[in-house]
Ligand binder design. Sequence first.
Ligand code: AMP
Length: 234
Amino acid sequence: MKIILLGAPGVGKGTQAAFLSKKAGLPQISTGDIFRYNLKNETPLGKLAKGYMDKGLLVPDEVTINIVQDRLMQEDCKYGFILDGFPRTLSQSESLDKVLNEMGSALDCAINFDVADQVIMNRLAGRRVCPNCGKTFHIVYEPPREQGICDTCRIPLTQREDDREETVIKRLHSYHEQTEPLIEHYQRRNLLVNVDAAKPIDAVSAEIEMIIDKIRLSNKEKYSIHKPFDLTAG
Ligand code: AMP
């Protein structure tokens, strides 16, 4: 199954993509994670991306599109994938269609995570991350056992550079300007499903499971109905 997750930064796409990836045995492809990995390892791509990420801007389309195209060509994407944070512009969405066309395939659905800007602001400004294992916490909603310290690695948590308030405002601006038009784009193609992502994590996961199950059941010839969460058909 080929799924994209749409929504502003901080709506919980990453959390739900990881849940779905584990449950369905499909690779989670997060462009944000790819950029952060490169940034951490100080690769040329990481250095280029940093300039945009720190300012709350999108990395240019030609860079991002090439990375995703290469990733989708890998063997593990043959039977499906969960794209988290891509596409974020109309041009990215067109390039995705082109790659899928070449693969003789098409998207199954676009799940849109709907949350008010103020909620996002609170979530991102309070987010903290372990620089070692990458686990994320929230100072109010998911605090670590000891204030400011990772539960597992026992080292101080940090704040992502782009989670600072002034950067979050810019990221939200980029979202409304460049990514929000994709909602209508996928709606017109009958691929859009909205999820109320202001709900607790488990409730959102349950809603997504129901959505996926519905698609699976309406494509019985493609997906095994005997294995409830086998979504790895082409
Ligand atoms: P995220 O963790 O998905 O919010 O991504 C963090 C940052 O990586 C974004 O603010 C952008 O600077 C960059 N980024 C991630 N995905 C994309 C994309 N599809 N297109 C352009 N830039 C992206």
